[in-house]
Unconditional design. Structure first.
Length: 263
C-alpha cells in the first residue's frame, strides 16, 4: 500500500502545500453557485456550520478522535452536503486540516456533486493499488483535500469496504494524519450494507436526518443498528426550496447536534 505523505510545515498556522495533489481551483466555486455550500461569509448557512464545527471539534478533541463518518437513513437527506460543509468549515479553522473521503462507491455522492465523474479514487486504491497520493484532489481550498470514490461504481462495495486492505488504509490514515481530521461520507445506512461494513473502523459517527422526511421507523432502525458504535450525535437538515417552491436537494443548514437515543 502507498505511504500517505504528511505535508504539514513547521510553521503555524497550518498551511498544506499540494506538491503532489491535483488542484482543481474552480470545482468548489461551481458548487457554491449551484448547491447549499458554505462560503467565506457571515451567512446563516456558514454560521450554522461553524457552530456545528465547534461542537464536533470539542467532542472529538476531548476524546482524542480524528476520524468521523457521516451517514443518513436514505439518499437525498443531506448527508453529503453536511459532510462537505463540515469539512470546509473545519478546514477554515487555522489549527485544522481535513481529508474528506467519498466512500459512497455507488458514485452518487461527493464525486458526482463535484463533477469529478471518472476520476480515480478510493475504489481504485482498494482494487488496483493506485497510490493514495495520486488520487487526492484539492478543490481550491487551503488545508482541504478530497479522496473521490473512484472511476466506476462498485457492485461489491460492502465487501470491498470490509476488506483487510480497507481496514489497513483507515489505520494508516489515522496514524499518519494525527494532526488532521478525516471525514468519511458513507452511503445511506438503510439503503445498502456499505455503511455498517465501514463504521466499525471509525472513531465516531454523525447521523443526518431530514426534517419532515426521515421517518420515525427509519430513526428507530438507525438507532438500533448504531447502538454498538460511538455516535457523536445527529444533525437536522431541511429541504431547500426552488424559486417555484418545489422541493430540491436538501440544504443542511438547520443544525442540531445531540446524542441520539441509545448512543
Amino acid at each position: 500500500m502507498s505511504t500517505i505523505q504528511d505535508a504539514r510545515p513547521d510553521t503555524e498556522p497550518l498551511n498544506i502545500q499540494y506538491s503532489s495533489t491535483q488542484v482543481r481551483a474552480d470545482a468548489l466555486l461551481r458548487l457554491q453557485r449551484t448547491h447549499g455550500v458554505v462560503k467565506a461569509d457571515r451567512s446563516e448557512l456558514t454560521e450554522s456550520f461553524k457552530m456545528l464545527r465547534n461542537q464536533v471539534l470539542q467532542r472529538m478533541r476531548a476524546d482524542g478522535f480524528n476520524l468521523l463518518a457521516v451517514t443518513s437513513a436514505r439518499r437525498i437527506e443531506g448527508k453529503s452536503l453536511t459532510a462537505l460543509n463540515l469539512a470546509l468549515t473545519m478546514a477554515a479553522d487555522y489549527d485544522s486540516a481535513v481529508l474528506l473521503v467519498d466512500a459512497d462507491l455507488s458514485g452518487q455522492g461527493l464525486q458526482s456533486m463535484f463533477g469529478f465523474d471518472g476520476a480515480p479514487g478510493l475504489s481504485d486504491h482498494l482494487t488496483h493499488g493506485t497510490p493514495i497520493a495520486e488520487l487526492l484532489i484539492n478543490p481550491g481550498v487551503s488545508r482541504f483535500v478530497l479522496l473521490p470514490a473512484g472511476q466506476q461504481a462498485v457492485v461489491n462495495s460492502s465487501e470491498l469496504l470490509a476488506t483487510k486492505l480497507a481496514q489497513q488504509l483507515i489505520r494508516e490514515m489515522k496514524e499518519r494524519y494525527q494532526d488532521r481530521y478525516i471525514i468519511v461520507d458513507l452511503p445511506p445506512l438503510l439503503d445498502t450494507a456499505d455503511a455498517l461494513a465501514f463504521i466499525p473502523q471509525v472513531d465516531t459517527t454523525l447521523v443526518v436526518v431530514e426534517e419532515h422526511t426521515t421517518s420515525i421507523q427509519d430513526l428507530e432502525n438507525m438507532t438500533e443498528l448504531l447502538a454498538p458504535f460511538n455516535l457523536i450525535g445527529t444533525v437536522m437538515s431541511r429541504p431547500r426550496q426552488t424559486e417555484k417552491g418545489a422541493k430540491s436537494k436538501p440544504a443542511p443548514w438547520y443544525l442540531r447536534l445531540g446524542r441520539a437515543r441509545g448512543a
